[in-house]
Design a protein around this ligand. Structure first.
Ligand code: 13P
Ligand code: SF4
Length: 345
């Protein structure tokens, strides 16, 4: 595709959400990226949170964490360029270790992944011996290596239900854990930092043990926000990612992974939609559904996803940077946990 064709293709999708002058610049970069992608036998995976111009031009596949893990595991290309955050690129390396995995920015972290260390998991296992550990994929490889099974927002309930255990440890997202507990009818306890390390009120009846990690984007949405929007737009349909608080999820109409939210808007017909998740995804949905009215309640972009730009994706392919590595001893143990999750579906 030449630059003019790329520009026309992007314009058709994005003229209502991206200024024309920017589209022209991005179309040029996209053509360069696609040329290099072919020359270097690379595949580009793009998370649903990528900014619209990137999302609609260069990825071979877009999707949520679970879908992109599957694509990473299946690819026969030499290079995987992961337009997402570091834990996602690490998961690609864990699943397909002979490939070169690149992430366009070295700063694409995640507040959930930063909330827990491998030593924290080991301490929990010492405190609750024999209790299976479920870890959200929004964690680094060494934390996954300490876990029995991983989950994503797309399969967390199925993963928990697949474990035939009276009690499970579910890490590290406090809100996702609370939402899973609510959906599966389990009671959950969370740690408080006391004298002598982690304290849990184990006098309570509980079936899940959680952690106090939070997504810095989703924790910002409140029930009051929802009330305000419903007052102004009584016919609005509200979708909330399960990293929002259980109260916010309960006050919404639908909650699921990023791809499931995209599909929901596509397949339903409501007068207004409000999507409680990362800002760019709202733009991507608006671009794909010009006949539907999307309301905005978006003051924050994920600062980590925001570091992934088309300019840096081009540099990643030119310079073969930043290469994602996972030490083999950690990778093989993390692989067990991720693979178990993938086989659940
Ligand atoms: P999904 O797996 O639903 O795409 O979510 C990933 C994420 O980081 C949400 O903040
Ligand atoms: Fe992490 Fe939240 Fe950003 Fe997702 S939106 S990558 S959970 S900080």
């Amino acid at each position: 595709m030449n630059t003019e064709e790329m520009y026309q293709m992007m314009k058709q999708k994005l003229e209502r959400v991206v200024p024309d002058v920017e589209l022209r610049i991005k179309a040029e970069i996209a053509v360069e990226i696609n040329k290099l992608k072919k020359e270097k036998n690379a595949v580009i995976l793009g998370h649903n949170y990528m900014e619209p111009a990137l999302y609609y031009s260069i990825p071979d596949f877009v999707g949520d964490s679970l879908e992109l893990s599957r694509k990473a595991a299946e690819t026969d290309k030499d290079i995987i360029v992961f337009c997402g955050v570091k834990f996602m690129a690490e998961t690609a390396k864990i699943l397909n270790p002979t490939k070169t995995v690149l992430i366009p920015s070295s700063k694409a972290g995640c507040s959930l992944a930063a909330s827990i260390t491998a030593e924290d998991v080991r301490a929990l296992k010492r405190k609750f011996p024999g209790v299976p550990v479920v870890t959200y994929v929004n964690t680094y490889a060494d934390v996954k290596a300490e876990s029995d099974i991983c989950c994503t927002s797309g399969n967390a309930v199925a993963v928990v239900e697949s474990l035939k255990s009276d009690t499970i440890i579910f890490l590290p997202d406090e809100y996702l854990a609370g939402n899973v507990a609510r959906e599966t009818g389990k009671h959950i306890v969370f740690p408080s930092k006391g004298v002598g390390g982690l304290q849990f009120d184990t006098t309570l009846d509980y079936q899940m043990i959680g952690w106090n990690g939070r997504c810095e984007v989703h924790e910002k949405f409140t029930v009051q926000d929802i009330k305000n929007v419903r007052e102004q737009f009584p016919d609005v349909v509200i979708l909330a990612h399960p990293e929002c608080s259980p109260e916010v999820v309960a006050a919404s109409d639908f909650s699921a992974s990023t791809t499931a939210m995209i599909r929901y808007v596509k397949e339903t017909k409501a007068p207004h939609y409000l999507i409680l998740t990362e800002c760019s995804m709202g733009d991507n949905i608006a671009a794909a559904n010009p006949d539907k009215e999307m309301l905005r309640l978006c003051s924050v972009r994920c600062p980590h996803m925001n570091t992934i730009t088309m300019e840096d994706t081009l540099e990643a392919l030119k310079q073969i940077r930043y290469v994602v590595e996972v030490p083999e001893e950690i990778r093989v143990r993390a692989y067990q946990a991720v693979q178990r999750m993938i086989s659940i579906g």
